[in-house]
Design a protein around this ligand. Structure first.
Ligand SMILES: *Cc1c(COP(=O)(O)O)cnc(C)c1O
Length: 375
């Protein structure tokens, strides 16, 4: 089945008790044992498993073409679950422009626990090949990257990882399975911040890890989920599933709108540079064409005139809300360096845009006066 059909039908069914077409939310924290002491429905206790959570896990595993999934209470909790499944002394290779929250977790949190990380420029595959050592257990890929929209060749990284017996994990938050299927390209694990496109409505925080195979590493991740307990509530799972039903159609509209805005910004006299993988001039365009169905709803651009001018533009657009995050139906604009803090490597004149589902012409008409400069 194709992705639109999976998004509608996976993890869904008619409620056998009532005939309800929309599935109920199972709030119970505990589940009855049969007279013989067994658990006839497979559920024991809310932390270790819940019917609504199982449906979400089934659905996202199907969308990614994976064997199984483990849902967490946030994207960072999902990443924590993966990292906690490694051991002291293990080595991780991560991209230089990794999501800043993940980078901070690796540098400040897990370094103290003996997990060593090398941050490399993954647009050059040789950096990964050279970065692998006997202790390397995981290569973390994030493409398109945040906030520079760099593209990494997932199939090439997975290939190198497997030659050396290392697991390859893709953070697929920005593309979603509607545009990019990392497991098909050879990755072993996919993670999502479901807070973004999967939830899609800016109203639920969550994360998920999907595996290609239920191997030892995934069993350890499942143990971290169930014993560690950073799990989403049943209502969170239900909201995320509801968002997923329309994911493939939303991703098309996000991508079409972003392509139009990127074309408008590209060549604008007050814009120094546009980062969008759909532009033929983008360094990763050819790889993106191979591994993505469309180019997604995220872009960033640099404003002529420096940080102050960029911040003025961000504050002048009316249809774009100045806020962090991405993947919801409304457009957001963000001065990224000031969110990332003093250690940020992001250019200070860069604005990141999460292009929403409004009409693209209205969005462009809104940016035009904001960019028409005062200097
Ligand atoms: C937002 C985000 C995360 C973190 O997810 P949370 O749900 O905020 O914890 C991780 N990776 C990427 C690429 C993200 O955009």
């Amino acid at each position: 089945m194709r992705i639109e059909t999976l998004a509608v039908h996976s993890g869904r069914g008619i409620d056998p008790a009532t005939g309800a077409v929309t599935l109920p939310i199972h709030m119970s924290t505990t589940f009855e044992r049969a007279a013989d002491g067994t658990y006839p429905h497979g559920f024991v206790y809310g932390r270790s498993g819940n019917p609504t959570r199982s449906l979400l896990e089934q659905c996202v595993a199907d969308l990614e073409g994976g064997a199984s999934a483990a849902a967490f209470s946030s994207g960072m909790a999902a990443i924590m679950g993966v990292l906690q499944s490694l051991s002291p002394g293990d080595h991780v290779i991560a991209p230089q422009d990794l999501y800043h929250g993940t980078a901070r977790l690796l540098k400040e949190g897990f370094a103290r626990w003996g997990l060593n990380t090398s941050f490399v420029d993954m647009t050059d595959i040789d950096n990964i090949r050279q970065g692998i050592n006997p202790a390397t257990k995981l290569i973390l890929v994030e493409t398109p990257s945040n906030p520079l929209l760099k593209i990494t060749d997932i199939a090439a990284v997975a290939d190198i990882a497997h030659q050396r017996g290392v697991a390859c994990l893709c953070d697929n938050t920005w593309a979603s399975p509607a545009l990019q299927r990392c497991l098909d390209l050879g990755a072993d694990l996919v993670i999502h911040s479901t807070t973004k496109y999967l939830g899609g409505h800016g109203d639920v925080t969550g994360g998920i890890v999907v595996c290609a195979r239920e191997d030892d590493l995934f069993r350890e991740i499942r143990r971290m989920q169930q014993d560690g307990g950073a799990v989403p509530s049943p209502f969170d799972c239900w909201l995320t599933l509801r968002g997923i039903r329309t994911l493939p159609y939303r991703m098309r509209a996000h991508s079409e709108n972003a392509a139009m805005i990127a074309a408008f910004l590209d060549g604008h006299p007050n814009v120094a540079e546009v980062y969008y993988p759909g532009l033929a001039s983008h360094a990763g365009h050819e790889i993106a064409r191979r591994q993505m169905a469309m180019f997604g709803g995220m872009l960033s651009f640099r404003v002529n005139g420096g940080a102050a001018e960029a911040r003025r533009v961000a504050g002048s657009a009316a249809l774009f809300t100045q806020a962090t995050s991405l993947g919801s139906y409304e457009s957001l604009i963000e001065h990224r360096a000031s969110v990332e803090g003093p250690e940020s490597r992001t250019p200070p004149d860069l604005l990141r845009v999460s292009v929403g589902l409004e009409n693209a012409d209205d969005l462009i008409a809104d940016l035009e006066p904001a960019l028409a400069v005062t200097r």
